[in-house]
Design a protein around this ligand. Sequence first.
Ligand code: HEC
Length: 131
Amino acid sequence: MSPTPLTVATAPATLSPMSRSALILIHAVASCAMALHGDIAHAQVPEPTALVDQQHCMFCHTSDAPFLAPSFRQIAQRYRDKPDARFMLEDKLRHGGKVHWGDMAMPLPEDRGGPLSAEDAHTLVQWVLSQ
Ligand code: HEC
């Protein structure tokens, strides 16, 4: 088989300079959009560090390894696609509730470092579910 002289590589040379730069531009925009999309797909809600410290979340949880408690990644996997779950979780963080993972319940906010406002519970749950 002999190589065909007109390959994909030579094809753009036959385009006018105008459309060549347009192609390059489109390519640049497309790669940009893809990079951006990738960022969003992996974006994490920034850790609300002060809250997490104050409530000692990392005393029992880690981001990706089950320890004394399920990892935040496990929790996110379980609830991410359940739209109502975050209300249950926010309420549970503030007032406690049924155990869902094992025998050990999560301590109430008072025993974790202080009362937790609805807004702070919301922030924490959003962060957990983004992991
Ligand atoms: C003293 C240990 C401890 C601390 C501190 C702690 N957790 Fe937990 N957490 C647990 C345990 C144990 C479970 C599993 C409870 C269960 O089975 O529902 C749990 C479960 C959870 C769940 C899933 C609840 C469910 O119903 O599935 C979320 C969300 C969560 N923790 C978030 C947090 C956040 C956010 C903090 C900090 C504000 C925190 N935890 C602090 C021990 C802890």
